[in-house]
Design a protein around this ligand. Structure first.
Ligand SMILES: Cc1cc2nc3c(=O)[nH]c(=O)nc-3n(C[C@H](O)[C@H](O)[C@H](O)COP(=O)(O)O)c2cc1C
Length: 357
C-alpha cells in the first residue's frame, strides 16, 4: 500500500497521516471514535456540542455537564490513543458556550481546536499561542480571508491549519440553500484552490506552513488523490467513520447509514438557521410542515428562540444518536448511500489514505 499524501507540511506534528476525522455532534464523535483515529496516527476529533448529554444530571445542568464531558472525553481519547496521533475538539461558534468549551478543551489538553458553524473571529484570544493548534472551518475564500485578516491584525497570529469544507459534507453547511440545490455549479475545487492561494501570504509572513485539509464527500483513495492533485495537504472525512465499530453512536444509528440510499438524503433547514444534510426520515418529513412544540430549552445555540423554531435540535440529535432513528435527526454526508457495512476505523483509513499497488 502506498500513502497518497506526503507528510512534508507536518514537521513537528504528532501525526503519521494527514487525516482528520471530522467532528460530529451530538454524541457521534466522542472519545471512542476520536481515540481510535488518533491511535492510527490521524487527528481524532471530539464534538463538544452537548457533550455532557450522558451525564446523569444533564437536564437542567447542561453547561456544567458539558464542561465535565469535555474533560472526560479528552482524557479517555488520549488514553485510547496511547500517545499516537492527535486528539482535537470541534467547537461550533454558534454554541452559547462556545468560548467556555474552547477554554475547557485547551485546559484539558486538546492538541487542536477546530471551529466552524460561524466565524471564529476571536479564537486566538481563547487559545494561548503554543497551547493547542487552532483552525477555522471555511467554505469560501471570503470566509478564509476575513478570519485570517482579523487574526493577523488583531492578534498577530495565524491559523495552524485550515479545514476547507465543500457542499457534499454532512451536518450544517456553509452554503446557501440555492447554492446547495445547484451543487454541480459550485465548483468547490476552484474555491479550494482560492483558499490555498489566500493563506500563502500568511505562510510567508509567519514563516510557517498552514496545511489545508479538504472535506466533504471524500469517499476513497481515488477521491483523496484528486484532492492531493489540487494541492491540499490532507483530508477531513466524517460520514465514513460513522459506520465503524468504534464510532460512539448507537448501533441503530450506524445501521441507518448502512441501509441509507442516495435518494434518501435531504437538505433540511435546521433550527440553527443554516441548511444541513440529513437522512430524509419520518422525523424530517413530519417536521417539514408541522412544528413540534419545544417543551424545554437545553441552552445549546446562541440566539435560538424556542417559540419560533420547528423543533429542538438538541432533543432531535440526542434521540437519533440513542437509536430512535424515526423520531430523531440523522445528519449525514452525500456519500452515505455508498456505505454497505459496519467496518473498523483501521479499514476506513486504509481505504481513504492508501493506493492499492
Ligand atoms: C453526523 C454528522 C454530524 C456532524 N456534526 C458536525 C458538527 O457538529 N460540527 C462540525 O463542524 N461539522 C459537523 N459535521 C461535518 C463533518 O465534521 C465533516 O466536515 C463533513 O461531514 C465531511 O464530509 P463527509 O462526511 O462527506 O466526509 C458533521 C457531519 C456528520 C456526518
Amino acid at each position: 500500500m502506498k500513502p497518497i499524501f506526503s507528510m512534508n507540511s507536518f514537521e513537528g506534528w504528532n501525526l503519521s497521516l494527514p487525516l482528520i476525522q471530522g467532528g460530529m455532534g451530538v454524541g457521534v464523535s466522542l472519545s471512542g471514535l476520536a481515540g481510535a483515529v488518533a491511535a492510527e496516527g490521524g487527528m481524532g476529533v471530539i464534538s463538544t456540542a452537548q457533550i455532557g448529554f450522558e451525564e446523569p444530571d444533564f437536564v437542567g445542568n447542561e453547561e456544567e455537564c458539558n464542561l465535565r464531558g469535555i474533560r472526560k472525553h479528552i482524557a479517555r481519547a488520549k488514553e485510547l490513543s496511547a500517545g499516537r496521533g492527535m486528539v482535537a475538539v470541534n467547537v461550533m461558534v454558534a454554541l452559547q458556550q462556545y468560548r467556555e468549551h474552547v477554554k475547557e478543551a485547551v485546559r484539558a489538553g486538546a492538541d487542536a481546536v477546530i471551529c466552524g458553524a460561524g466565524l471564529p473571529i476571536d479564537l486566538p484570544e481563547l487559545v494561548e499561542a503554543g497551547k493547542a493548534k487552532i483552525a477555522p472551518i471555511v467554505s469560501s475564500r471570503r470566509a478564509a480571508s476575513l478570519i485570517l485578516k482579523t487574526w493577523d491584525k488583531k492578534y498577530g497570529r495565524t491559523a495552524d491549519f485550515i479545514v476547507a469544507e465543500g457542499p457534499e459534507a454532512g451536518g450544517h453547511l456553509g452554503f446557501s440553500r440555492e447554492q446547495l440545490e445547484d451543487i454541480p455549479k459550485i465548483r468547490f475545487a476552484e474555491e479550494l484552490t482560492a483558499i490555498m492561494e489566500e493563506k500563502k501570504q500568511y505562510e510567508e509572513k509567519y514563516h510557517k506552513q498552514i496545511p489545508v485539509f479538504a472535506a466533504g464527500g471524500i469517499w476513497d483513495a481515488a477521491d483523496a488523490k484528486q484532492i492531493k492533485e489540487l494541492g491540499a495537504d490532507g483530508i477531513q472525512a466524517a460520514t465514513r467513520f460513522v459506520a465503524t465499530k468504534e464510532c460512539d453512536a448507537s448501533l441503530e444509528y450506524k445501521n441507518a447509514y448502512v441501509t441509507a440510499e442516495e435518494s434518501g438524503v435531504k437538505i433540511i433547514k435546521s433550527p440553527v438557521g443554516m441548511p444541513g444534510r440529513a437522512l430524509n426520515n419520518a422525523f424530517v418529513q413530519k417536521t417539514e410542515n408541522t412544528a413540534q412544540r419545544v417543551e424545554r430549552c437545553y441552552h445549546c445555540i446562541k440566539n435560538c428562540k424556542p417559540a419560533q423554531i420547528p423543533y429542538c435540535i438538541t432533543q432531535a440529535l440526542i434521540r437519533a444518536v440513542h437509536g430512535d432513528i424515526e423520531n430523531g435527526l440523522v445528519f449525514c454526508g452525500s456519500n452515505v448511500g455508498k456505505i454497505e457495512r459496519i467496518s473498523t476505523v483501521k479499514e476506513v483509513i486504509e481505504d481513504l489514505m492508501y493506493e492499492k499497488v
